[in-house]
Design a protein around this ligand. Structure first.
Ligand code: PXP
Length: 252
């Protein structure tokens, strides 16, 4: 099985910074540390309300990722403003996400079935600009098919519901994991690259990482929280080790 890439989402370093309106902690410094600790790429979500990552952060992240030859994955809503920013920066990757101002975090996947006619032209423009486009979707076969037909090269499966069910010790966790497995297999069958993310911690990373079709995980909130106690580098290294362990157990 191929090595699973780890994209580290540094949004919540900016959340802490913005809580006091100071210049620290700096998410760009966190990105540098994450790459040094073994992250394969950096993920950042420029939200419409700029509640964490700012436009200036994206400018700096694009520079350091380019300098280090590592991918920047820009999470973005499907809006003309975000499309213009993505086209101006041409990050390695863009992940299209749904966005509601009142949500605390990205609560569900993008509805590509319903929004197909407005999403497909945006996907096309980003792909034409050389950006690898993914749709962040729930583990739903119709959403997988719609992402393929909209022209995305990648789907990122929303693992939030599964991770929350595990944390709350709810019995439907197994069923939700099966749904992720089925969606990953179908996406792979359609020729899509498959990623996953949201809500992943040390406990849930193993079962998710063991899904053989997955190529990349994007993990943020838990790692930034854990960094308070053990430091960002060690938190990332432990996550990386758990990912590798899940893959080697499966391959054995
Ligand atoms: N992937 C996507 C598309 C997301 O929107 C997020 C949250 O910004 C993540 C991954 C990372 O989720 P978490 O911060 O819960 O690890």
């Amino acid at each position: 099985m191929s090595k699973l890439r780890l994209g580290v989402n540094i949004d919540h370093v900016a959340t802490v910074r913005n809580a006091r309106g100071e210049g620290y902690p700096d998410p760009v410094r966190a990105a540098e540390m994450a790459l040094a600790a073994g992250a394969d790429g950096i993920t950042a979500h420029l939200r419409e309300d700029r509640r964490h990552i700012s436009d200036a952060d994206i400018d700096s992240l694009a520079v350091i990722c380019r300098r280090r030859g590592r991918p920047l994955n820009l999470e973005m809503a499907v809006t003309p403003e975000m499309e213009a920013i993505a086209l101006a920066h041409r990050p390695h990757a863009a992940c299209l996400v749904p966005e509601r101002r009142e949500e605390v975090t990205t609560e569900g996947g993008l509805d590509v079935v319903k929004g197909h006619n407005s999403i497909a032209p945006v996907v096309q423009k980003l792909v034409d600009a050389g950006i690898r486009v993914s749709c962040f979707i729930d583990a739903d076969l119709a959403q997988v098919a719609a992402s393929k037909s909209a022209g995305a090269q990648v789907v990122e499966l929303h693992t939030g519901a599964y991770c929350q069910a595990v944390r709350e010790r709810r019995p439907e966790a197994d069923h939700l994991l099966d749904g992720l497995r089925r969606a990953a297999a179908e996406a792979h069958r359609l020729g899509l690259e498959v990623h996953a993310g949201h809500g992943i911690d040390y406990e849930t990373v193993g079962p998710v990482a063991a899904i053989p079709e997955l190529m990349e995980l994007n993990i943020g909130h838990f790692l930034i929280g854990e960094a308070i106690f053990i430091g960002l580098g060690p938190a990332i290294q432990r996550m990386r080790a758990l990912m590798d362990e899940a893959r080697s157990v499966r391959a054995a």
